[in-house]
Design a protein around this ligand. Structure first.
Ligand code: GCB
Length: 642
C-alpha cells in the first residue's frame, strides 16, 4: 500500500510537470481583470462542491475521471466556500491535515450574449490555488498550473460555445503536496514500520513556520475581452523637476499592426497627457508624485492610464484602465530613496491568515488590517513569505503602504532544493510574480527568498542566477533575499542590493536574556555592513506573547517581555539608522497558525496583535515609536497619532 501511495503522488506531480509547457499558462500578460466598456467580469466566489480524495493512492479522482461529470455524482460532496482554505471549514482533523488532491466543482450559466458574440474572448482565471491545479470546463482540460499565490488563466470561449444551451461546469483539482522542487519546498515521508504506523502512512514535512493551508485561496473569475485585446501593459516612471515621465509599453494580441491610443487622466478625471503607439513616453506637467503614507500629506496618488487599441471599424475596441503612480526608487550603500528622499521602513511582516478561512482572501480582514497599519503609523510591510492577493497590493497603491514583494522561496534548507530543477522553477515563479506586480507603485523591492540555507555551497550559483534573472526582468527595482545565515558565510549576500537580516536575540538564542540584545544587534549590523557595504533592513525581530500573560520582571511569553525586547532593539535601530540601517519590520503583525509542535502554542504568537486583531502591549510601544519616526523622517512633519 505504501508503495502505491508513493508511486501515485510522485506520478501525479511528474505527469503534471510534463504537461505544463503544453498548456502555456505562462504565455501572455497577467493584467488584473477590470471591468470597462469592453470587458465584463463574473465573480464565481461562493459555494462550490468539494471532495477530498482520501483513497490510499490519492488517485481515485483521476482513475474514475471525476472531472467528466458532476462531482456530486462521484460520491459524497460538501459545500466549500471559495475563496477559502479548506482546512478549517469542518470539524475533521483528517481534512485539516489532508495531503493530496482535493476536487471542487460548480455549475453556472454563462450570459447568452457572451456565447453568441464570436468577437469576445471568455477567460477563466483562478486568483490562486495551493499548490498544483488542473482545471476542466465541461470535462475538457483547459489548464494546469504549478505553485500557489499567483494567478493563472485560459481562454475557454471555444469550450463554452460547444454547449451554449447547457449550464457550464467548472472542475478544479488541487494538490497541496510539496516536494524538494516545489516552492516552498517540502518532502513526503513514508512511515513504513508496520509496528509504529498504519499501512500507507505518510506525512508532509515542511521547513516553514506557517500552517500549510490549501485550497482555492483567491476568487475564480470569468471575464471577457474583445478578440483584439490588450494583453499586457508595462510602465516605468520617473520625474524631472515638476514633470512626471511615464514610459509605457502595450502589447496587443489578436492583431498584427494595432494602433494604440493612450490617455493619462488625473484623480479628477482630467486629461494629463496623451500618446499614440504601442510604446511611448508620457510627460505630465505639475505631476503629483506617488508618496508613501506619512511621507506626504497626500500619499498614494494614482493616475489612470487608459489604453485603447484601434481595431477595424467593424470590431469593438478594447479599453483597459491601469492605475499608475509616478515615483522612483534608488539605493546607495547606506540609504534607500523614494522620489530622491531617504525612506525609512517602519513597518511589519504579515501573513495571509485568519480564523476559519485560513489564507482565503477576506475583504473585512483586509480593510481591518489597513486600518490597523495606519493606526500603528506603519508605512510598509513585507509579503512574508509569498505573494499576497493583488487586491491587497491595490490597497497598498491607494494608501501609500510600501511593499517588499516576496516570492514563496521559503524553507529552502535541503541541498537538493538548490538543483537545476528547483532553480528553473524558482525563475518561473519570479517571472510570474514580476509579470503580475510590475506596475504597482507600492512595490519597491523584490525578495526572492526567506532564510534559505545560503551558506550551502550551491547557494552562491543559485542566488547569483536568481537575482540576476530578477534584475533582468525588472531593472528598476532593487532585489534582496532575507538572510539569517552567518554574515561571513552567506553565499547569496554579495548579489543583493539591500541586506535584509532576521535575528531573534534573547529568544531562540540566549532565551530570557534581553540584556544581550544591544551588544549582539550592534555586532550584527557592523558585521553585515562592514562586509557588504549595503543598506540594511532588520527584516524580522520579535518575541512570542500569549496575550494576557504578565510578569514583572518580564519572562518569556508575557506582554512585558515582548515590550522589553522591542525597546532593546529600538535603542540600537536609533543609533544605526543614522548610518546605514534603512528599516525595521516587526515579526509579526498578528499571531498566525502554524503546524503543531512543541515550540508553538496553537500557532506563532509573535504578533503585536492577536490573530483576532486585538492589540497586545507591544502594539502600543510600536505605535508610539512609528509615529515618532514618521514625524522625524517623513518630509511632512506635523503628524500626530490619532
Ligand atoms: C523566522 C521566520 C519566520 C518565523 C519566525 C519565528 O525567522 O522567517 O517565518 O515565523 O522566524 O517566529 O520563528
Amino acid at each position: 500500500m505504501a508503495v502505491c501511495a508513493k508511486w501515485a503522488l510522485a506520478a501525479f506531480l511528474c505527469a503534471a510537470a510534463t504537461v505544463r509547457g503544453a498548456w502555456g499558462a505562462l504565455s501572455g500578460g497577467m493584467l488584473y481583470p477590470r471591468e470597462s466598456p469592453s470587458r465584463e467580469v463574473k465573480d464565481l466566489s461562493g459555494l462550490w462542491s468539494f471532495r477530498a480524495d482520501f483513497s490510499p493512492g490519492r488517485n481515485a479522482g483521476f482513475e474514475k475521471s471525476w472531472f467528466s461529470g458532476r462531482l456530486s455524482e462521484t460520491g459524497p460532496v460538501i459545500d466549500m466556500p471559495v475563496p477559502a482554505s479548506f482546512n478549517d471549514i469542518t470539524q475533521e482533523a483528517q481534512l485539516r491535515d489532508f495531503i493530496g488532491w482535493v476536487w471542487y466543482d460548480r455549475e453556472l450559466w454563462v450570459p447568452g450574449r457572451w456565447l453568441s458574440d464570436e468577437g469576445l474572448r471568455i477567460v477563466l482565471r483562478v486568483g490562486s490555488a495551493h499548490y498544483y491545479s488542473i482545471v476542466w470546463v465541461n470535462g475538457a482540460k483547459v489548464m494546469e498550473h504549478e505553485g500557489g499565490h499567483l494567478p493563472f488563466e485560459a481562454d475557454v470561449g471555444n469550450v463554452l460555445r460547444k454547449n451554449p444551451s447547457q449550464p457550464c461546469r467548472i472542475t478544479i483539482a488541487v494538490n497541496n503536496t510539496l516536494t524538494l522542487q516545489t516552492l516552498p519546498p517540502g518532502s513526503i515521508q513514508h512511515m513504513d514500520d508496520p509496528t509504529m504506523y498504519p499501512p500507507g502512512y505518510f506525512v508532509q514535512n515542511i521547513n516553514f513556520d506557517f500552517f500549510n493551508y490549501a485550497g482555492i485561496h483567491r476568487p475564480v473569475l470569468l471575464y471577457t475581452t474583445p478578440n483584439v485585446y490588450i494583453d499586457d501593459i508595462a510602465v516605468q516612471t520617473s520625474f524631472a523637476d515638476n514633470i512626471g515621465i511615464i514610459v509605457y509599453q502595450v502589447s496587443v494580441a489578436g492583431s498584427s499592426e494595432p494602433a494604440v491610443q493612450v490617455t493619462l487622466t488625473d484623480k479628477d478625471g482630467r486629461c494629463a497627457a496623451t500618446s499614440g503607439g504601442s510604446s511611448g513616453t508620457l510627460r505630465v506637467t505639475d505631476v503629483n508624485l506617488w508618496w508613501p503614507y506619512l511621507m506626504h500629506e497626500n500619499p498614494g496618488y494614482l493616475y489612470s492610464l487608459e489604453v485603447r487599441p484601434q481595431a477595424a471599424a467593424s470590431r469593438p475596441t478594447d479599453l483597459y484602465a491601469l492605475p499608475v503612480g509616478v515615483r522612483t526608487v534608488r539605493v546607495t550603500d547606506t540609504r534607500f530613496f523614494i522620489n530622491n528622499k531617504p525612506f525609512y521602513f517602519h513597518g511589519v511582516n504579515k501573513h495571509e491568515d485568519y480564523d476559519i478561512r485560513g489564507k482565503g482572501l477576506d475583504w473585512p480582514l483586509v480593510v481591518k488590517d489597513f486600518n490597523l497599519l495606519k493606526w500603528l503609523g506603519a508605512n510598509s510591510f513585507r509579503t512574508s513569505h509569498y505573494p499576497y492577493a493583488e487586491e491587497i497590493l491595490q490597497m497598498c497603491d491607494r494608501h501609500g503602504i510600501v511593499v517588499i514583494d516576496e516570492c514563496p522561496g521559503v524553507g529552502i534548507k535541503d541541498i537538493r532544493s538548490f538543483g537545476n530543477a528547483s532553480l528553473a522553477h524558482h525563475l518561473v515563479v519570479m517571472e510570474e510574480l514580476v509579470r503580475r506586480d510590475k506596475n504597482h507603485p507600492s512595490v519597491v523591492m523584490w525578495s526572492v527568498a526567506n532564510e534559505p540555507a545560503s551558506e550551502m555551497p550551491p547557494a552562491g550559483r543559485y542566488f547569483k542566477e536568481l537575482i540576476s534573472h530578477t534584475k533582468a526582468l525588472d531593472p528598476h527595482r532593487p532585489v534582496t533575499f532575507v538572510s539569517n545565515s552567518n554574515f561571513n558565510r552567506d553565499l547569496g549576500a554579495p548579489y543583493v542590493d539591500v541586506i535584509c537580516v532576521n535575528s531573534y536575540f534573547s529568544w531562540y538564542r540566549d532565551p530570557g536574556h534581553v540584556e544581550v540584545i544591544p551588544i549582539q544587534l550592534k555586532t550584527q549590523f557592523e558585521n553585515w555592513h562592514g562586509k557588504y557595504q549595503r543598506p540594511i533592513i532588520q527584516s524580522e525581530y520579535g518575541a512570542d506573547v500569549v496575550s494576557g500573560l504578565h510578569s514583572d520582571p518580564p519572562m518569556m511569553f508575557t506582554e512585558e517581555y515582548q515590550e522589553v525586547v522591542l525597546q532593546n532593539y529600538h535603542k540600537v535601530f536609533d543609533q544605526k539608522r543614522k548610518e546605514y540601517v534603512v528599516g525595521e519590520l516587526i515579526w509579526n503583525f498578528a499571531d498566525f497558525m502554524t503546524a503543531q509542535g512543541t515550540l508553538r502554542v496553537v500557532g506563532n504568537k509573535k504578533g503585536i496583535f492577536t490573530r483576532q486583531r486585538q492589540p497586545k502591549s507591544g502594539a502600543f510601544i510600536l505605535r508610539d515609536r512609528y509615529w515618532r519616526l514618521a514625524n522625524e523622517t517623513g518630509s511632512f512633519q506635523c503628524f500626530v497619532a490619532t
